[in-house]
Write a protein that binds this ligand. Sequence first.
Ligand code: ATP
Length: 406
Amino acid sequence: MLLGLDDTDSPDGMCTTYLGALIANELKRRGFTVTNHRLVRLNPNVIWKTRGNAGISLEISGGDSTVVFEIACEFVERFARFECEKTNPGVVVVESPPDPAFYYQALQRFCTIEETVKRLERIGALYKGYKNGRGLIGALAAVSSVLPDKTYECLAYRKNEVLGTPRIYAEEGFFTSEEQTAPHTWDTVDFIRREIVCVPHGKDPVLYGIRGDTPKWAIKATGFLETEEPAFSQIWETNQGTDAHLLPLPDGGPIEGESYRFSGVVESLPITNRGGHVQFTILSNGMEIPVFAFEPTKYFRNAVRELVVGDEITICGSFQKGVLHLEKFRPNLLATQKSRSSPRCPICGGRMTSAGKDKGYKCRECSGKVRDVPDQERTLQTKWYEVPPGSRRHLAKPAVRMKDDI
Ligand code: ATP
């Protein structure tokens, strides 16, 4: 049988994976066997999410499904953050996996609570939706999930008595861990910005999460860490880092809240706007689509700024508020053009124009002036350029996993 759970936390505490792990431990204590722990990320563009839009499922054998259902509901009632308006837990138990179509809909599109309840009735599931019952969507999606590609995450959870206090750890251990285990692990640190990425900062019970190809690599990576003692850890099988959220671009154009991977030609030179966001237009299948690399994606924007009109590229990202939020891109064929004709500003990275004969260059964005700029050969190669680990969506496949896709 499969147990699905979602929407139990609030920005002030709890985490659905933690509650799922507590339930798994309780089931084992009561003689059940938990044969799989799965964490699925769903559509990253839903507005109701607390953090990463996660739902979990447990594969269980060795007992009665009504007992599993009762234990899960009891734990949700004890631990879920009902006081938060956005917390609307859902618990689902099914004897066998339902049609994966619902998982794909929750992963790549949108679902309503009504259609979810109808499905649950049709398949004869045991289910309980608390408050407005929205968590039933993620709970049903989790038990319906199929993972043609999968990764693992070792999540360590904090002891109760330290919740809400700053996490204690030695930074160096995380860097050593990634040095020793990459490319089999990723998103532990950002080497370029010297930042630790896998430790959250909030009041939730997660101490750290190490992502890897296999449980073995994730566990090996934890061996290099020096942290406060975790209460316990759980390895989750996940759809993280697989690009499972990406769809091909529809003929009718991009749809709000969906995520895509498609190829096209750069139609306008990237410019840096006032907020530091870098924007350009791509032409694909006759459609002009605005693309943004947002300011928090930091050094990623330098690669985007190197694009010029005529470059043929493949891009991945989510379509929100009428623009594509770039997650990564790969140049396929670079236009033969030197950037000398419009060099980049050494102050803000924006494009510069000639300030007049022998007067040097003036930046179109920050109005900075320079007498001369050296020839700037483009450094772009035919490889994936991606946002920094700290800005990456859970579902986005990191470049280290894109080896067969060059
Ligand atoms: P938690 O740890 O509680 O799961 P979270 O960041 O994963 O936190 P949720 O609190 O679960 O986010 O909020 C997401 C809500 O959106 C859930 O109720 C889930 O059922 C619902 N949901 C997920 N995917 C979709 C979708 N594609 N369409 C509509 N609702 C969705």
